[in-house]
Design a protein around this ligand. Structure first.
Ligand code: NDP
Ligand code: KPL
Length: 324
């Protein structure tokens, strides 16, 4: 019998908990999760998960839970360190945070995060480790120990190739992770071009996430309010133009696809709106800052994204300076 993989979840929020659940359900891994604000609640009663993929599960716990990175070290060395924290390079350095649990050669780092151009800091910090880049098409929210998972989990994944390691080993690690994820009951397609997948998802995140966060209207009400034509489609079109200038061509009907992917009656709150409601830092840099920097380098006009970016930065300033 082959040995179980050791998996550590850093960022066991909405997405991280669903990843932890899926990996543990596969029966092929032992899962350690770092919990912070909800450690005591989960330690006492476990998570309550209401999942469109897995059904209703009460009192679920990862194999081990710990309070911080230092306490996680004893459960390693890890084969996979799955990062599902918010990607906030303006607030913290994730490579610095995970460094104690990344063993050279042994550990593959798996990013399950939104945004574009998020991989390079990890390649720079960990030249001896495989990096897997994952784009999650999931919808979920965590409140305390309660997870509502209402949009099926499809995790597109690929190695973000590290030129210092044999390519075959990186593909092997990716296939191993994807196999584990699929046997846990979710979808995990290995794709050719993960950067293209990131641009594709960014079309939604840079428009719906940002406008919902700024207006505090969910994905249905923001459409009732008329924002699709005034803000959302213009923002989407600018992402498509920046991607094209960067040599990533998206399908001609991508705007219609993304709007159709968002039925009004679902009334979902995108993750950035959830952060805005909670007064937490938002992923402004990886969702708007990075594409805007690419636009500037490549000479693409992006007036709508630029205004959304400035407004979100001001909103974030208010969280930090007026709300403590
Ligand atoms: N929610 C969704 O539907 C989707 C989200 N995504 C992306 O997935 C990623 C995760 O999002 P989401 O799950 O919504 O985020 P959450 O805010 O629900 O979860 C983030 C978690 O990270 C934890 N955390 C923060 N800092 C640290 C740290 N230093 N060490 C350990 N844990 C830490 C937080 O703990 P605590 O709360 O205790 O501070 C929290 O549990 C983001 O990039 C998001 O854009 C992608 C697709 C869909
Ligand atoms: C598109 C969506 C809602 C879920 O896939 C998302 O990415 C988010 O909330 O940030």
């Amino acid at each position: 019998m082959s040995q179980k993989s050791k998996v550590l979840i850093v960022g066991c929020g909405a997405v991280g908990t669903m990843c932890a659940f899926t990996v543990q359900k596969s029966g092929t891994a032992t899962v350690t999760a770092i919990l912070r604000s909800n450690f005591d609640a989960v330690n006492a009663q476990g998570f309550y998960i209401d999942s469109i993929d897995h059904g209703t599960i009460s009192n679920w716990k990862p194999h081990s839970i710990v309070r911080n990175i230092e306490d996680a070290v004893q459960h390693g060395p890890f084969d996979f360190v799955l990062v599902a924290m918010k990607n906030l390079p303006d607030v913290y350095s994730i490579p610095d945070i995970i460094r104690p649990v990344v063993t050279p050669i042994v550990t593959s780092i798996v990013l399950v995060q939104n945004g574009i151009a998020i991989e390079q800091p990890f390649l720079d910090a960990f030249p001896k480790n495989t990096l897997l880049s994952g784009v999650a098409m999931i919808g979920c929210e965590l409140n305390g120990r309660d997870v509502l998972h209402n949009d099926p989990d499809i995790l597109y994944i690929a190695p973000f190739l590290n030129p210092q390691l044999p390519e075959a080993d990186q593909h092997d690690a990716c296939r191993k992770f994807a196999g584990m994820y699929e046997s846990g009951g979710a979808k995990c397609p290995v794709v050719e071009d993960i950067v293209w997948s990131r641009w594709r998802k960014l079309v939604w995140n840079a428009s719906f996430n940002t406008v919902c966060a700024l207006t505090n209207l969910d994905s249905g009400r923001v459409q009732d309010a008329g924002c699709v034509d005034t803000l959302i489609r213009p923002a989407m079109a600018e992402i498509v133009a920046i991607a094209k200038a960067a040599n990533y061509t998206l399908p001609p009907d991508i705007l219609d696809q993304m709007v159709a992917f968002t039925p009004k009656e679902v009334y979902a709150k995108p993750s950035m709106q959830v952060d805005a409601i909670r007064g937490r830092p938002m992923e402004i840099e990886v969702i708007l800052g990075n594409p805007l920097r690419t636009a500037e380098e490549l000479g693409v006009e992006a007036p709508t994204l630029s205004i959304l970016y400035k407004l979100l930065k001001a909103r974030q300033w208010a969280f930090r300076n007026l709300q403590g």
